[in-house]
Write a protein that binds this ligand. Structure first.
Ligand code: 5AD
Ligand code: SF4
Length: 447
């Protein structure tokens, strides 16, 4: 006797935070595919809603409670609606959320979502399961490759692939080592199989993800593989045309990875390499274990390997103890590097981290520093974008643009580029001459 096919139920996932959460949300949807769920973009028609949360900066839990408040009317309209909290807030504060929010039916951490089908069954029995373990088994060994049942779905041309999770660096401000656990690298052959599967389903560009992606050291034929070795093996897959990776730590930027930027054409000329601060004193207090000079030398070596490399970074202003001079050192470093784009944040004390114990910088000082830093970064971004005008770039088209007949995609340097030309099709990688630079995108003509 074959098992009865479960009725189709609808799953809505709201994803907060980093790209790793985006990847996890896709995999959660695939896992729940086995329980008869298909995804929907409309929360009001969902049978289950999952909030895949982020804990990196302040007010993380508050955001979850206010989102739960907004979901209450949906639950009132449909008492069978199940609501789950996933991700890093679930990991850090799941039990507390269960206590405070009776609308929540399940809590699942980032390391146990392969157990979602069993948890969903428990919810149907009237239980309220919480699973925030760091389990022995590797969740990825227990997740389906692609959606189960039915035809294997075509994928958008650009996809994420998590190759490494967790972090052993313990930067003094950061919750990741606590919510995501210690560094784990996935086996190389498993990743190659997953990448081939993605390419068969229409993917042309893969971004390799990890909290510390360049610390990758997964088991592979002949011993542990480095990220550079994995990239070279991926580059041999026919049909895969672009590879990126994020997020990296300066201390794990190895010789072979720098070399790959110079001689692996499928590795795109864009690198997100956070430095956080330009002051050696603050870098030390942050437990970053490198100096500003070390970072600048690294950038030089990378640019020697790949002169047109576009750099991105993360910065924190107002870390405990940051003086005006420390902040000026950050501004100097930014001027010395010349970023193509970057993210900057006001420091926020995260519970359980060493820096949270230290006396903070006044809020108005932080505001002022953030404004000044963001103005400088925005000017650098504009300059680099405008410098693309007149140049020929590769663009992988991803979706229709806002204007009739327009198609948008990403350039090699990760700029959004739009063209109006019927030859530009989703999934095609074409040469474009850039003719204009707008606030957040470039425009051009197919060659
Ligand atoms: N406060 C402010 N920014 C933070 N980040 C991480 N933790 C904090 C914090 N406590 C920033 C860092 C990191 C990025 C993902 O988020 O810049 O690189
Ligand atoms: Fe957090 Fe990144 Fe530092 Fe790890 S390296 S502790 S993820 S900021």
């Amino acid at each position: 006797m074959t098992a009865p096919i479960p009725a189709l139920r609808k799953l809505f996932i709201k994803t907060y935070g980093c790209q790793m959460n985006v990847y996890d949300s896709e995999r959660m949807a695939e896992a729940l595919g086995a329980s008869g769920y298909v995804t929907t973009e409309r929360p009001e028609e969902a049978d289950m809603i999952l909030l895949n949360t982020c804990h990196i900066r302040e007010k993380a839990a508050e955001k979850v409670y206010s989102e739960l408040g907004r979901l209450k009317p949906l639950k009132a309209a449909n008492p069978d609606l199940k609501i789950g909290i996933a991700g890093c807030v679930a990991q850090a504060e799941g039990a507390e959320i269960m206590r405070r929010a009776p609308v929540v039916d399940l809590v699942v951490g980032p390391q146990t979502y392969h157990r979602l089908p069993a948890m969903e069954a428990a919810v149907r029995r009237g239980e309220r399961p919480v699973d925030t373990e760091f389990p022995e088994e590797d969740k990825f060994d227990h997740l389906p490759l692609g959606p189960r049942g039915g035809p294997r779905a075509r994928r958008a041309p650009a996809a994420f692939l998590t190759v490494q999770e967790g972090c052993d660096k313990f930067c003094a401000f950061c919750v990741v080592p606590y919510t995501r656990g210690t560094e784990v690298s996935r086996p190389a052959e498993r990743l190659l199989a997953e990448a081939r599967d993605l390419v068969e389903r229409g993917v042309r560009e893969i971004t390799l993800l990890g909290q510390n992606v360049n610390a990758y050291h997964g088991a592979g034929p002949g011993g542990d593989w480095s990220l550079a070795r994995l990239i070279r093996a991926l580059a041999a897959i026919d049909g895969l045309v672009r590879i990126r990776y994020t997020t990296s730590h300066p201390n794990d930027m190895s010789e072979d990875l720098i070399a790959a930027h110079g001689d692996e054409p499928k590795l795109m000329p864009y690198l997100h390499l956070p430095v956080q601060s330009g002051s050696d004193r603050i870098l030390k207090a942050m437990n970053r274990k490198h100096t500003a000079e070390h970072y600048l030398r690294l950038i030089e070596r990378l640019r020697t390997a790949r002169p047109d490399l576009l750099l991105s970074g993360d910065f924190i202003v107002g870390f405990p103890g940051e003086t005006d001079d420390d902040f000026e050192a950050t501004m100097d470093l930014v001027r010395a590097v010349g970023y193509g784009q970057a993210y900057s944040f006001k420091y926020s004390a995260r519970p359980g981290t060493p820096a949270a114990e230290r006396p903070g910088v006044a809020p108005e000082v932080m505001d002022d520093r953030l404004q000044r830093l963001q103005a400088l970064l925005a000017e650098q971004q504009r300059t680099r974008q405008e410098a693309m005008v007149g140049r020929e770039v590769g663009v992988l088209f991803e979706k229709p643009g806002r204007m009739e007949g327009q198609m948008v995609g990403k350039s090699d340097h990760l700029h959004a580029v739009h063209v109006s030309d019927p030859r530009a099709q989703i999934g095609s990688e074409m040469r474009v001459r850039i003719t204009q630079s707008g606030p957040n995108s470039l425009g051009g003509d197919l060659l």
